[in-house]
Design a protein around this ligand. Structure first.
Ligand code: NAD
Length: 356
């Protein structure tokens, strides 16, 4: 089993190091190969997704990714910015389904900005379509407006679009995920305003015929945002498009108190995947040894479950994370009075120890 390790920028290398330590402590024979990506890719090879890195990612059975981005690269032209590496990997590997669980561990109920009774026990899964929508639609750009009320002025424009097969495949992923959970799926759209999302709603409704055991509801994205902070436990699985999913999954992340706790998986049609924490490269705390490595460690657990067919090892890691939280160990982002503050390395080492 070959795993491509792409640490990236900012806190990426620090947190990925801990996840690698955990993987190596499992007693499995993994072949791990590391390559630069993002700003590190640009610094080493003049491109955020160097050819060698992409080749490694394609060859590997799974990719463990840290995070990319740093202020020092903000002035580069868009195509060379670190964040382009993620878009390039998603496109080149055909990673169209992003799975983000948002789970609130009972020990961390106090870390959420919402009242404990609203969030404790939260366990939802957000499935975001990753390779379509307005993020990839053509044409796009800045031009002189050809018509309309602002004709002749400069205008920025993008194109929102979804092909039928794109909606069908993400809907299948979502219904199947719901079948393995509480069998409830909420499809989030903006069908009242956008043609693309009326079409989305129609296709999801058609795919539902294949999954009569799953209860399907449709919800407008503005209402979904409201419900996520009002009564998040009402949801089981949410499926939505690329842009709405981008925003809603970050909101869901914050329900749990810290973005440093949340893993994610991006899968292709064969369950090959890229696994990364839901957060970014956190340049504000990079190099300080205080980043929370648990989202990355839990991403490695998702990798074992979804791409490497090692569900038992995934559970070992998840149980070890629960154990260190129960022991009262906390990185700064989830620290509360009465618990023990630890750094990135100590947290990683505690998880390794808790594997048993
Ligand atoms: P961010 O997620 O990096 O940071 C937001 C806040 O959360 C910061 O205060 C940060 O210190 C904190 N934080 C994030 N991860 C943490 C962790 N593991 N432990 C403790 N605290 C943590 O988002 P941002 O500040 O908007 O973006 C910073 C850079 O990351 C930008 O260059 C952005 O483009 C990039 N980014 C990359 C990805 C990715 O690689 N997938 C995703 C989002 C943002």
């Amino acid at each position: 089993m070959k795993i491509a390790i792409l640490p990236g920028d900012g806190i990426g290398p620090e947190i990925v190091e801990q996840a690698v330590n955990v993987l190596q402590a499992l007693g499995e024979k993994f072949e791990l190969e590391t390559a630069p990506v993002g700003g590190a890719g640009y610094a080493a090879h003049g491109h955020p997704l160097p050819e060698g890195t992409l080749k490694l990612a394609k060859e590997a059975d799974a990719v463990l990714f840290g995070a990319v981005g740093d202020y020092q690269y903000d002035s580069l032209e868009r195509a060379l910015r670190p964040e382009q590496a993620i878009l390039g990997l998603r496109k080149n590997l055909g990673l169209f389904a992003n799975l983000r669980p948002a789970i609130l561990y009972p020990e961390l109920a106090g870390a959420s900005t919402l009242k404990p009774e609203v969030v404790s026990g939260l366990d939802i899964l957000i499935i975001r379509e990753l390779t379509g929508d307005i993020y990839f639609g053509q044409p796009r750009g800045v031009r002189i407006a050809p018509d309309g009320a602002f004709k002749g002025e400069r205008e920025g424009f993008d194109t929102m679009r979804y092909a039928e097969s794109e909606i069908r495949r993400i809907a299948h992923v979502a219904f199947q995920a719901a079948q393995k959970r509480d069998k409830r799926l909420t499809s989030v759209d903006k069908a009242n305003v956008l043609e693309t999302f009326q079409f989305w709603k129609d296709i999801v409704t058609e795919v539902h015929k294949d999954y009569p055991d799953v209860a399907l509801e449709h919800m407008y994205v503005d209402n979904a945002a409201m419900q996520l902070v009002r009564a998040p436990k009402k949801f089981d699985v949410i499926v939505t498009g690329n842009m709405f999913g981008d925003i809603l999954s970050d909101a869901a992340a914050m329900l749990t108190g810290s973005i440093g706790m949340l893993p994610s998986a991006s899968l292709d049609a064969n369950n090959k995947g890229l696994y990364e924490p839901s957060h970014g490269s956190a340049p504000d705390i990079a190099g300080k040894g205080i980043a929370n490595p648990l989202a990355t460690i839990l991403s490695a657990a998702m990798m074992l479950r979804f791409s490497l067919d090692k569900a038992e090892q995934a559970e070992r890691i998840e149980n070890a994370v629960k154990k260190v939280l129960a022991q009262g160990l906390r990185t700064a982002d989830i620290y509360e009075a009465g618990t023990t503050k630890v750094g990135t390395k100590e947290m990683g080492a505690a998880v390794v120890k808790a594997l048993g």
